[in-house]
Design a protein around this ligand. Structure first.
Ligand SMILES: CC(=O)SCCNC(=O)CCNC(=O)[C@H](O)C(C)(C)COP(=O)(O)OP(=O)(O)OC[C@H]1O[C@@H](n2cnc3c(N)ncnc32)[C@H](O)[C@@H]1OP(=O)(O)O
Ligand SMILES: O=C(O)CCC(=O)C(=O)O
Length: 390
């Protein structure tokens, strides 16, 4: 039998970076109180590590990270740093237990952004990792733009990081340019060569952030970086709710998250970031459990598993049967049943015709009130017919 994802992993840790990469979404700013509230919610639902921000920014950012540390949450609190000792000192000031130490490993970044050399990159990373380890911190050595880095150099970087005491390597698909096959192969190569723990940090530029994160897990990564609602630079990161639910539902790997609270945290972050959840958003969009098409509604009314991958209450949502242009008679009957009205076959047929016409005219589904107007009209037509017959 083909092996399942479960065969590849013993434990998966979720690292949430809503407060760092999520807030790097162009134009997004969380108030400090919002950061604190988000951290509490992330901890409550089961996130293992919270990347709380960038202490090198100073001021309010540092204050927020200190306040999050002082909450005494179960989750590890990580701060993001460049491979710069001064940045790490700022993180130590905040009292975090873990640091992400980042430096680019691709030649494009090394040449054009850092204006440096591969040797300098290894040197800066080694010094920064050794410094952080000497202060008793958990360390993730982050390879920025790892996906565009030459594999031999990336392996060298991972080996050096491990020698300096790094606890894991963060593999960043900074521009979201990988597909799941490439991701799997790269992560497997690094794992097989170096054996260091790996965190996937994936971006959604081609809509593959979650798929790539899971492909990385299949390749041997045990840490997955995510953000609530998939916030993050440009097209965003792998979404927390997608990764956790995909593991649970598709791969039968239950991380024990309080998924019923997903809608609460997703709505909170949507409001705090002023980035509303699109109704078609995976997992938590309002339309994920809304059924209008007659065949779907009929199936769901008979048994929800016909058209739902999981039950809406698993993520705090509710099922809706929408009455509109594409409805069929089963949905109409069920709807009126909720109003306490048992429709005859003839009534159902006439109501459905009217629903279709009205919905086409209005270019939208119908409200309950409008359905009752149609019902009353249909009664009049049917009664007239009966009177004529007498
Ligand atoms: C892919 C990512 O998401 S990486 C995280 C990106 N996040 C952010 O940038 C948000 C927070 N950033 C900031 O507040 C600021 O950029 C700071 C505090 C980090 C640095 O600010 P400044 O000192 O004013 O520098 P500025 O932002 O203009 O430029 C970045 C500098 O860091 C260097 N740098 C960039 N990445 C790294 C790194 N990983 N390690 C070491 N140096 C780095 C750049 O080469 C540049 O150096 P230069 O001034 O010698 O050319
Ligand atoms: O270096 C990191 O930790 C991650 C930086 C980042 O967000 C990215 O490369 O996409």
């Amino acid at each position: 039998m083909y092996p399942t994802l479960k065969d590849f992993v013993d434990k998966i840790f979720i690292v949430d970076t809503t407060l760092r990469d999520g807030e790097q979404t162009a134009g997004v700013v969380f108030a400090n109180q919002e950061k604190i509230h988000i951290a509490k919610m992330l901890d409550e639902i089961g996130v293992n590590q919270i990347e709380a921000g960038i202490p090198a920014m100073g001021g309010a950012e540092k204050e927020a990270i200190k306040s999050i540390v002082n909450l005494g949450l179960k989750a590890s609190i990580m701060a993001w740093n460049r491979a710069v000792i001064e940045d790490i000192k700022n993180s130590i000031d905040c009292g975090v237990d873990a640091v992400a130490i980042s430096i680019s490993t691709s030649d494009i970044h090394i040449k054009h952004k850092l204006k440096s050399s591969r040797e300098d990159v290894l040197d800066s990373m080694s010094k920064a990792v050794e410094f952080a380890k000497s202060k008793g911190l958990y360390v993730s050595a982050n390879a920025e733009d790892a996906s565009r880095s030459e594999m031999d150099f990336l392996i060298k970087f991972a080996e050096r990081a491990r020698e300096c005491g790094a606890d894991r390597l963060r593999f960043c698909d900074t521009l979201g340019i990988l597909d799941p096959f490439e991701t799997f192969s790269k992560i497997k190569t690094i794992r097989d060569s170096v054996g260091i723990d790996i965190e996937m940090h994936t971006h959604n530029d081609f809509g593959m952030a979650t798929a790539n994160a899971l492909a990385g897990v299949r390749g041997g990564a045990r840490y997955v970086g995510v953000t609530v609602n998939g916030l993050g630079e440009r097209a965003g990161n792998a979404a927390l709710e997608e990764v956790v639910m995909a593991l649970k539902i598709i791969h039968n790997i239950d991380l024990g998250f309080k998924t019923k609270k997903f809608i609460e945290i997703c709505e909170y972050v949507a409001n705090a970031s002023s980035r509303q959840i699109p109704i078609w958003k995976t997992i938590v969009g309002a339309n994920i459990f809304a059924h209008e098409s007659g065949i779907h509604a009929d199936g769901v009314l008979k048994n929800p598993t016909t058209y739902e991958a999981f039950s809406p209450d698993e993520v705090g949502l509710v099922r809706q049967i929408i009455i509109g242009k594409h409805s069929g008679s089963a949905a109409i009957k069920s709807k009126f049943n909720q109003f306490g009205i048992e429709l005859s076959k003839e009534e159902t047929k006439l109501i459905l015709e009217n629903v279709r016409n009205m919905s086409i005219q209005l270019k939208r589904p119908l409200f309950d009130k409008e359905l009752m107007y149609i019902y009353n009209d249909v009664q009049k037509i049917l009664n007239k017919g009966a009177n004529l017959a007498v």
